[in-house]
Design a protein around this ligand. Structure first.
Ligand code: CO
Ligand code: ZN
Length: 326
């Protein structure tokens, strides 16, 4: 889990993916893939083949915040980069690119019905604006602090969304052997702000089939909304989320592969949020797209939790998908 630890603990919010990109590229280069980038910064790792063009995608950005204004007393107002739940932000630590740590505080009325991120601020302990600006400037980004912890089958960290997906893709790249397909592994940017990087990357590839790998919600904690996905019960094969109706051939092929090879799997219909699969599906004249997801609790918090068995099931499933004659 050393690699997953390194991937999750690298700070790279949407639009500021350089740090994570450097790590992924150095891993991908070791595996002999041809690497290119598009203008939005996504990584496209290619292994040529005579078969169908298959694109596997995982977004490499994470949610975060951006400093928008620093007041005279040195408190930093901020905007969200990606979907943040305001109720969960209070007293969290955030880390800026230069290592500065701040605590999220709130005005008194922050938690009434009109709750809004505009009532929150980041406190870096500066005595005034001048001192604050030596450490943080308007436009600087930060991410949650959330240590990596791993015990038995359980892993907890910030940014499992979606470094778990990046880890899965790198493992598939390492372990595939005989595939005739023309394989593209995309590590996309800016998913958390609107599925942006996957769209341009898919346009430059125009694959026959695409599979987006990401985390998904679970329905297995006390009185949570019902959902037929549980942590520890296997790879989640996506059927639908708010951004996509998955291609039926892709769904069926993934199910067939899982059945045939005894890979634990479950069916995912995610009520909230979209994924890169949605953006890829709507690229060019359309792309047949599906998704494989890691069941994850507490998504978009500093303490996302997942099962290593599930992550490994995703790796197995996608290895077979790469070798499959689509
Ligand atoms: Co996310
Ligand atoms: Zn994600």
């Amino acid at each position: 889990m050393e690699l997953l630890n390194k991937l999750t603990q690298t700070d790279s919010p949407s639009g500021r993916e350089k740090a994570i990109r450097d790590i992924i590229v150095s891993e991908a280069e070791k595996l002999g893939f041809e690497i290119s980038y598009d203008a939005l910064g996504s990584i496209i790792a290619h292994r040529k083949g005579a078969g169908k063009k298959l694109m596997l995608d995982a977004h490499m950005d994470e949610i975060g915040i951006i400093a928008t204004y620093i007041d005279d007393n040195g408190f930093i107002r901020f905007g969200s980069v990606g979907g943040l739940d305001i109720k969960e932000l209070l007293k969290r630590r955030v880390r800026f690119e230069n290592g500065t740590i701040g605590i999220i505080g709130s005005e008194e009325e922050a938690f009434n019905e009109k709750a809004s991120v505009s009532k929150l601020f980041i406190d870096i302990g500066a005595k005034d604006k001048e001192e604050a600006e030596k450490r943080v400037k308007t436009g600087d980004t930060a991410v949650f602090v959330g240590d990596f912890y791993c015990d038995g089958d359980i892993v907890i960290s910030k940014a499992l969304d979606n470094r778990a997906g990046c880890y899965i893709l790198l493992k598939v790249m390492e372990e595939i052997n005989d595939s005739e397909n023309d394989l593209y592994f995309v590590f996309s940017t800016q998913e958390e702000v609107g599925l942006r990087g996957a769209k341009t990357a898919a346009f430059s590839i125009m694959p026959d089939y695409a599979i987006a790998v990401d985390v998904t919600d679970t329905g297995d904690t006390p009185s949570c909304p019902v959902m037929d996905v549980k942590m520890g019960k296997g790879a989640a094969i996506k059927v639908m989320d708010r951004s996509v109706m998955c291609d039926i051939t892709t769904i069926n092929v993934l199910r067939e592969i899982a059945e045939k090879n005894n890979i634990p799997y479950q069916t995912e219909i995610m009520a909230d949020g979209g994924t890169d699969a949605g953006a890829i599906a709507l690229t060019g004249g359309g792309v047949k797209a599906g998704g494989v997801s890691v069941p994850t609790r507490y998504i978009h918090s500093p303490s996302e939790m997942a099962s290593i068995k599930d992550i490994n099931a995703c790796i197995e499933l996608l290895k077979y998908a790469c070798a499959y004659r689509w």
